[in-house]
Write a protein that binds this ligand. Structure first.
Ligand SMILES: [Zn+2]
Length: 116
């Protein structure tokens, strides 16, 4: 009878082992999958944050150049962008003014407003 009891005990133990394995597998699926999904989501979020930071930086650069072009006046004659020039001759020699970038084809000039 002792061997039968031992066999029964072994069967119960095996059953418990299988139960533990099944429960463990279920736990791995229930906890591991959301964890890996969470990790994937976190990584994607991080990548997205890095990308948005980079694009924000690029946007800032583009707005900076836009500001620069906004402060650069357009020629009153031909409406193209003007460039800073220095008066070479005459009474105002050495002073700066806006000259047309199409010079000498266009002789449009503007006085530099003393903002700075
Ligand atoms: Zn011009």
């Amino acid at each position: 009878m002792a061997t039968v009891q031992l066999a029964e005990l072994a069967k119960i133990l095996m059953g418990k082992l299988v139960l533990v394995l099944v429960v463990g597998a279920i736990l791995v699926v229930l906890v591991g999958l959301p964890l890996s999904w969470l990790r994937l989501k976190l990584e994607r979020g991080l990548i997205r944050a890095l990308r948005s930071a980079r694009s924000k930086r690029q946007k800032g650069e583009s707005t900076a150049s836009a500001n620069e072009s906004a402060t650069t006046p357009h020629c009153p004659v031909c409406n193209s962008l003007m460039v800073k020039r220095v008066t070479r001759r005459g009474s105002g020699a050495g002073s700066t003014f806006w000259g047309c970038s199409n010079y000498p084809r266009c002789r449009g000039t503007r006085a530099i407003l003393a903002i700075n």
